[in-house]
Ligand binder design. Structure first.
Ligand code: SF4
Ligand code: SF4
Length: 91
């Protein structure tokens, strides 16, 4: 089980890019595939709608953890890309 034991790293946004999200996001009604930047990210990798009434539940419920996010964006990317591989059904 992953528990929240850290704060989100400002400007990281690895999870907003490298994982697939199957539920609707503002501006992305079909969700997004892995490796695609969420349209709600600005150029500094900050979520433009964070904390607003349209901030999606899927993002609210996705909490950072040392296990997942590691100590750098590279570590988070490696972990989340692996997780994506394990959870993507083979065709
Ligand atoms: S990977 Fe972790 S630290 Fe990076 S944006 Fe996502 S939750 Fe935050
Ligand atoms: S809505 Fe915001 S927190 Fe959610 S994936 Fe997009 S940029 Fe990330």
């Amino acid at each position: 089980m992953i528990t929240m034991d850290m704060e989100c790293r400002p400007g990281c946004a690895v999870c907003c890019i490298y994982i697939s999200i199957s539920s609707a996001l503002p501006g992305m009604p079909e969700g997004k595939p892995a490796g695609v930047r969420c349209v709600n990210l600005n150029n500094s990798n900050r979520c433009l709608i964070y904390g607003s009434p349209i901030y999606p539940a899927v993002c609210k419920n996705f909490t950072p953890s040392k296990q997942m996010c590691g100590s750098s964006d590279e570590e988070a990317m490696k972990y989340l890309q692996k997780l994506e591989e394990y959870t993507t059904p083979s065709r």
